[in-house]
Design a protein around this ligand. Structure first.
Ligand SMILES: O=C(O)CC[C@@H](O)C(=O)O
Ligand SMILES: [Zn+2]
Length: 476
């Protein structure tokens, strides 16, 4: 029998945590810890000495101060929907997971100032709902929005399906409240649009995956709610056409484009096969499809403009067929098909994920060279790329038979080859999922020595004892 992981902690540590949080909020039992030790896809596992579940910023600060005194490593965790293991403890059984789920209040909303302040453990859906109740839009949108939490979204600088218009998560932040590595609280919850007072410290924490500080609350930028929205699903002969169609759409609609997603035919087939209520939107079958959405704040006119655009695009040979969602229900079905595509594919086998970006114009070359590369590396895999082509971001995913054992060495080989290709095309080895525990070696190999040195110096300055999420982003 394995010794209880709580024995890996300094004497008195857990008792002191229980005095701060109450004993029910300190989990040491293996069964209670289990959901915090494995990622959503059951692909990345670790072992925690304990799981701590604070409910307030002050409680987070008190337990981090305690951890700092005892040099106990703390792994912050939100909704546990990350895809690179950034919220999962390592295998040592010596780290404690700090779950932010208990900090789940929307503290205030100002519809005229267009901001709201939410605590880290609010689900993204709860933040969207609070914005909507105030007649505004919080535009970050991801497949996991019912489960993922805003603190995790910001710590990971999440992307999603609306980046082309509204930017990544970090672009939606006006201010942060952060618990620092020594347990002090930095109250930086500003709500100003303009604030040029020296270094923009919040940027350090956004995308730092909990390795520089623990985000406990954020002031978030709200936008106008679009009054008319048009959703298009189009069949395309080739990835080149997607890039031309995007340009064609940009010339016509500019910033009204809120999503522009590309999917291989096999991804759509998997969604149709496994998602209840999802039907193929077109009679035409094609190797590639685009799901695009345009939105604006005037009450009407966009639908007619979109129909005219589709006619012109068809004439120009940029698509084979297309449909416009005729109702909210149809729109919801199209988005379910796209956003639950990855879980649908997972029903057919194991997945090697590759979240990468290149300049938009290089997408066709990425697909052509990537397909050739992966066919030789993974002959029994099916390539099923999809993603946010409007942002130059593809999920170059490979589906493998369920029976395959010991995926890790193959995953690493594939990741390395894909990263080489991406680097050759001037792209990024992580577009929106982050580095976590899965890509540190690639990062170390591909960032310049100067960049790595600066990153280490920032880490050293903010967390000199390396207690905040050690081992993510930078190798230990
Ligand atoms: O499963 C994936 O690789 C991608 C998940 C997510 O980023 C998406 O775009 O659906
Ligand atoms: Zn994505």
């Amino acid at each position: 029998m394995q010794p209880a992981t709580s024995q890996n902690l300094p004497e008195g540590f857990l008792e002191a945590c229980a005095a701060i949080l109450g004993p029910a909020r300190v989990l040491t039992d293996a069964q209670a810890r289990a959901p915090y030790e494995v990622d959503f896809w059951q692909a990345i596992t670790g072992r925690a000495a304990a799981v701590l579940r604070p409910r307030t910023t002050e409680e987070v600060a008190a337990v981090v101060a305690l951890a700092a005194r005892h040099k106990v490593a703390v792994v912050p965790q939100g909704g546990n929907t990350g895809l690179v293991g950034g919220g999962i403890p390592d295998a040592s059984g010596r780290q404690v997971v700090l779950s932010l789920s208990g900090l789940d209040r929307v503290r205030s909303v100002d519809p005229s100032g267009e901001w709201l302040i939410a605590e880290a453990g609010c689900t993204l859906a709860a933040v969207q709902a609070a914005a909507e109740a105030a007649g505004r839009l919080f535009p970050l949108s991801l497949g996991s929005e019912g489960t993922c939490q805003i603190g995790g979204n910001l710590a990971a600088n999440a992307g999603g399906v609306n980046v082309i218009r509204y930017g990544m998560a970090k672009e939606l932040v006006l201010g942060l409240e952060v618990v620092l590595a020594d347990g002090r609280i930095w109250e930086g919850l500003r709500t100003l649009r303009k604030d040029n007072t020296g270094y923009d410290l919040k940027q350090l924490f956004l995308g730092s995956e909990g390795s520089l500080g623990i985000i406990t609350a954020a002031s978030l930028r709200l936008c106008a709610r679009p009054r008319e929205r048009v959703t298009v699903f189009a069949a395309l002969p080739a990835p080149e056409t997607a890039v031309s169609l995007l340009r064609h759409a940009k010339d016509r609609f500019a910033e009204l484009i809120s999503s522009f997603e590309l999917m291989a035919g096999g991804c759509v087939d998997a969604a149709v096969a496994h998602l209840e209520g999802v039907r193929h939107p077109l009679e035409t079958r094609a190797p590639w499809y685009v799901l695009a959405e345009f939105a604006w704040s005037l009450p009407e006119g966009l639908a007619a403009a979109t129909e005219a655009w589709l006619g012109d695009a068809l004439e120009a040979g940029l698509l084979l067929d297309a449909t416009i969602a005729a109702s909210e229900a149809q729109r919801a079905m199209l988005w379910r098909m796209r956003e639950e595509m990855s879980p649908a594919m997972r029903r057919e086998g194991k997945i090697i994920r590759n979240d990468i970006s290149v300049p938009v114009g290089s997408i066709p070359e990425l697909i052509a060279r990537g397909e050739a590369l992966l066919r030789s590396l993974v002959p029994d895999g099916r390539l099923l790329p999809f993603g946010h082509v409007g942002d130059g971001n593809l999920h170059f995913n490979i589906l493998l038979p369920m029976a395959i054992q010991d995926l890790e060495p193959l995953r690493e080989r594939v990741q390395h080859a894909v990263c080489d290709l991406v680097q050759a095309l001037g792209g990024s080895i992580s577009a929106e999922h982050g580095i976590g525990r899965l890509k540190q070696a690639e990062l170390a190999e591909r960032k310049s020595p100067i960049e790595l040195e600066l990153m280490r110096r920032v880490k050293q300055a903010l967390d000199p004892d390396n207690i905040l999420n050690p081992g993510v982003i930078l190798a230990p």
